[in-house]
Design a protein around this ligand. Structure first.
Ligand SMILES: C[S@@+](CC[C@H](N)C(=O)[O-])C[C@H]1O[C@@H](n2cnc3c(N)ncnc32)[C@H](O)[C@@H]1O
Length: 183
C-alpha cells in the first residue's frame, strides 16, 4: 500500500486542518498516513505521527505533489513510487508557493493540474490516480461559495473534486465556517 505523507506546515493544528486530515484518513485509511513535522497527539487518531520534518527522513521511492511541478502525475508514473508527499498547508490566495519553498527536497515532483487544491482534495485525487483513474477522468469545480448566514457567504477559491455532482468537502467544514469568521 502507498504511504501518504503529510508534512504539517501550519504553526498549529487548526480546526480546519483537523477536518481535512480526518477526511483524508477516512478515505485512504489511517494505516496509510504519516504526519511529519508535528508533535500533535490530536493527529494520532488520523494516522501515524513523526516530530521530524520529512527533510530529515530517508525515504525510498518518494515523490512530492506540488502545483508548481512541471510534470503531471499519471497512473503509470504513480506505480514507480511508494510514498507521496504533500504540504499540510491551508489554501491561500494567491498561492504562496509554500510547497516549493518549504518542502525543499531533491525528490521528483508532480502536479495534479495547475489549480490549487486543498490538502485533502490533493491526497484523495492522488489516491484515485494510484488506483488507476487519470486526472482527466475526474470532475472538478473551481471555486465554491458557502452560505454562512442569510445574505452572507464565503468563497473558497480552490479546486474541489466532484462526487455525484457535488464538491467533496471535509465533514464538518460548512458548520465550522458558519461558526467562525476567522480561521
Ligand atoms: C492548499 S495546497 C497548498 C498550496 C500552497 N498555497 C502552496 O503555496 O504551495 C496543500 C497541498 O496540497 C497539494 N496540492 C494542492 N494542489 C495541488 C496541485 N494542483 N498539484 C499538486 N499538488 C497539489 C500540495 O502537496 C500542497 O502542498
Amino acid at each position: 500500500m502507498p504511504l501518504y505523507l503529510i508534512e504539517h506546515l501550519e504553526p498549529r493544528v487548526y480546526p480546519w486542518c483537523k477536518l481535512e486530515y480526518a477526511h483524508v484518513s477516512s478515505v485512504v485509511g489511517k494505516q496509510n498516513i504519516l504526519f511529519t513535522n508535528t508533535k500533535s497527539s490530536a493527529l494520532k487518531k488520523f494516522g501515524k505521527t513523526e516530530a521530524k520534518s520529512v527533510k530529515k527522513l530517508l525515504l525510498d521511492n518518494a515523490c512530492v505533489l506540488d502545483p508548481e511541478a512541471k510534470e503531471t502525475l499519471t497512473p503509470a508514473i504513480a506505480k514507480k513510487y511508494d510514498t507521496f508527499i504533500f504540504g499540510g498547508i491551508l489554501g491561500d490566495y494567491p498561492p504562496r508557493k509554500r510547497t516549493q519553498e518549504e518542502v525543499k527536497l531533491s525528490r521528483p515532483r508532480y502536479n495534479l493540474g495547475k489549480e490549487q487544491m486543498s490538502t485533502d482534495t490533493a491526497v484523495i485525487v492522488t489516491h484515485n490516480i494510484i488506483n488507476g483513474t487519470p486526472l482527466d477522468k475526474m470532475q472538478f469545480q473551481d471555486g465554491i461559495e458557502i452560505e454562512i448566514k442569510k445574505g452572507e457567504s464565503i468563497q473558497l477559491p480552490y479546486r474541489y473534486l466532484l462526487s455525484n455532482g457535488k464538491p467533496l468537502l471535509p465533514k464538518g467544514l460548512v458548520e465550522l465556517l458558519k461558526k467562525r469568521k476567522r480561521f
